[in-house]
Design a protein. Structure first.
Length: 158
């Protein structure tokens, strides 16, 4: 993992066996990345200067074959989408809480939705869409059925 700055200068950050996903905290230079080979997720603080790297979560916290990582809009926690077994893991950035949620699906990525900590786990299509709702009192996976031809003609569900 390297940091590329303005002027195409680069700086080594960390070695990863199989980097899968990289993300940034909102309105900050701090970042997160997952290593698919070790099933670990790292927090990188101040990458433009000292780049303090801390293991945020690993197999002990339920990380398994991560496919994507993202931070909440308020930077309080991170979501990791696991491919096998399918599900999501929410980790507080201060290390105080880890929440695992199974989805009985195979997430392919994370797409931010409205809210602080709500993400789509799979691309839209003909199959039901699965949303990770970390804004709920207890994090959960919500299944949204695909629109049918009848629903589309009527202008939505009533």
């Amino acid at each position: 993992v390297i940091l590329l700055t303005a002027g195409n200068r680069w700086r080594y950050i960390s070695a990863a066996g199989a980097p899968v996903s990289v993300g940034f905290l909102a309105n900050r230079a701090d970042g997160i990345f997952s290593d698919g080979a070790s099933s670990e997720v790292f927090l990188v603080r101040d990458p433009s200067r000292s780049a303090a790297i801390r293991l945020l979560a690993g197999p002990g916290e339920g990380i398994s074959h991560p496919v994507a990582v993202a931070a909440a809009r308020d930077n309080s926690k991170v979501i990791i989408a696991n491919a096998d077994p399918g599900g999501a893991v929410s980790v507080a950035l201060d290390g105080s809480m880890v929440t695992r949620v199974a989805c009985h699906c195979r997430p392919t990525g994370l797409e931010r939705m409205n809210g602080n900590f709500v993400f789509r786990l799979r691309e839209a299509g003909d199959a039901p869409v699965r949303l990770f709702d970390g804004d709920a009192p207890q994090p959960r996976i919500v299944v949204v059925p695909p629109a049918t031809a009848q629903t589309s003609r009527e202008g939505g569900d009533r």
